[in-house]
Design a protein around this ligand. Structure first.
Ligand code: 5AD
Ligand code: SF4
Length: 467
């Protein structure tokens, strides 16, 4: 084969998909594929799809319409563009995609990414579908990224530690598309994090659909909790910050709460989806906790880490949600005082129990979403404004939009824009916040940092932020 082949991966949805997209690219690198941001020059386009909310499949089909034009343009130049659909829509729709979209050469579910090289070879001569849940552990076969690749992806990295979910919330498609919950063994995760740290990564976010249900096998052949894993990873040289997402309230055990007290490198920010503030709706959602359980949990985590900021996910217009139920959601958003939250209109997912329940009208859903988002935005603005005048540790990640500016993250995950030399990328520096926008903060490097003390900054132990 002459010259490298070019791969363009388009990711939809969550961080899990972003991670999977990277691992697919890593696995195809030994096959001679290099990544490109430019779809027009690609020899292989992978759409890594998400099925969690609204019209997911329709979005994929319309995206495939655009890809068809690319394929035709490539054919006119005498090139063959291969097209693969991966992710949860691939898993859920399967052969329907091959039927409806002749442009597609390969449909591959999330559990089969390690088989991509072989599947692609087959797809050269026939249309291929692989949506099985294989017995082998795909993580054992997915290639690791090289040092340069890790660097190019930045100083903050994601690592999948568990996948799938056994909780079966009645609205959620994840247990069907990602399958039963599996946790990766501790040593494999440690090795991956060490490799990342070695290439300059400073912050690792452990990800999984229900990450705090983690129970991977430890070196002692016993299942380890997420807290035990975090303690182990805190010892990896070079890693200054740890985070994890997304958690189910029922899986926040005492050891994890204690980790927020005991581990300085565990960032004081917890994404803890509540979905609804109404007990009636929580029960119909099969969340298996009440509003009071959640508030009690929040109080316990905040007692362990007083500067902890919280975020959440909410669904409005779940089947049977009354105005009173909805007001309970608004009420709890005010009571908890979230630093931020995502909110969504309920969208029936085929095959899930809630899809068969009596639905709330679109108008009501839209109106409730607007009302909830207004409250969340006000809360977020309040949280951001309260940071002005404080000095917080910022991990500088990349160049900002303006010349001379870098952008990093506060411990609370807020983007922070600051004038700083590019040599400080990867350093954790104290920044005095001068201004708060809706989504990001602006600040000045603390005076001691302005002479470019990169090494000192990089070695600085993580102080708790001054929030
Ligand atoms: N409709 C709307 N939102 C949903 N989510 C999951 N399933 C649905 C659905 N069917 C939201 C939940 C979850 C987040 C990732 O997506 O709030 O926490
Ligand atoms: Fe879906 Fe999360 Fe519920 Fe699992 S815990 S079913 S991933 S919403």
């Amino acid at each position: 084969m002459s010259g490298p082949r070019k791969l363009h991966v388009k990711s939809f949805g969550c961080q899990m998909n972003v991670y999977d997209s990277h691992r697919m690219a890593d696995t195809l690198a030994p096959e001679g594929f290099v990544e490109t941001d430019v779809p027009d020059e690609a020899d292989l386009v992978i759409l890594n799809t998400c099925h969690i909310r609204e019209k997911a499949a329709e979005k994929v089909y319309s995206e495939l319409g655009r890809v068809r034009q690319l394929k035709e343009a490539a054919a006119n130049e005498g090139r063959r563009l291969m097209v693969a659909v991966a992710g949860c829509v691939a898993q859920a729709e399967g052969s329907e995609i091959l039927r409806r979209a002749p442009v597609v050469d390969l449909v591959v579910g999330p559990q089969s990414y390690h088989r991509l090289p072989g599947l692609l070879a087959r797809a050269g001569s026939e249309r291929v579908l692989d949506t099985e849940f294989p017995v082998e552990d795909k993580f054992d076969f997915l290639a690791a990224p090289g040092r340069e690749q890790i660097r190019a992806r930045g100083v903050s990295a994601f690592v999948t530690v568990q996948e799938g979910c056994d909780r079966f919330c009645s609205f959620c498609v994840v247990p069907y598309t990602r399958g039963a919950e599996i946790s990766r063994p501790v040593e494999k995760i440690v090795a991956e994090v060490e490799r990342l740290a070695d290439a300059g990564v400073r912050e690792v976010t452990l990800i999984g659909q229900n990450v705090n249900a983690y129970h991977g096998e430890g070196p002692d052949v016993r299942p380890w909790t997420l807290a035990a894993l975090l303690h182990r990873l805190a010892r990896v040289a070079g890693i200054a910050r740890l985070r994890y997402t997304t958690s189910h309230p029922r899986d926040m055990d005492e050891s994890l709460i204690a980790a927020h007290r005991d581990l300085g490198c565990l960032m004081p920010y917890l994404h803890l989806p509540l979905q609804s503030g109404s007990d009636r709706i929580l029960a119909a959602m099969n969340r298996r906790h009440t509003r009071a359980d959640y508030l009690d949990l929040v109080a316990r985590v905040r007692a362990a880490r007083p500067d902890l900021a919280l975020s959440s996910d909410f669904i409005v217009g779940f089947p049977g949600e009354t105005e009173e139920d909805f007001r309970a959601t608004i009420g709890i958003v005010e009571d908890v005082g979230y630093a931020g939250a995502f909110s969504f209109k309920y969208s029936p997912r085929p095959g899930t129990p809630a899809a068969a329940m009596e639905q709330v009208s679109e108008d009501v859903k839209a109106q409730r979403l607007r009302r909830l988002q207004a409250v969340i935005d006000r809360r977020q603005a309040h949280f951001n404004a309260a940071c002005v005048g404080k000095t917080v540790d910022v991990l500088l990640e990349k160049r900002g939009r303006r010349h001379g500016q870098l952008v990093g993250r506060s411990p609370y995950l807020q983007p922070v824009q600051v004038i700083a030399p590019a040599s400080l990328i990867g350093a954790i520096v104290p920044v005095t916040i001068t201004e708060a926008g809706t989504n990001s903060l602006f600040g000045d490097l603390a005076p001691s940092m302005r002479v470019g003390e990169t090494r000192a900054a990089a070695a600085r132990p993580l102080a708790t932020a001054g929030a």
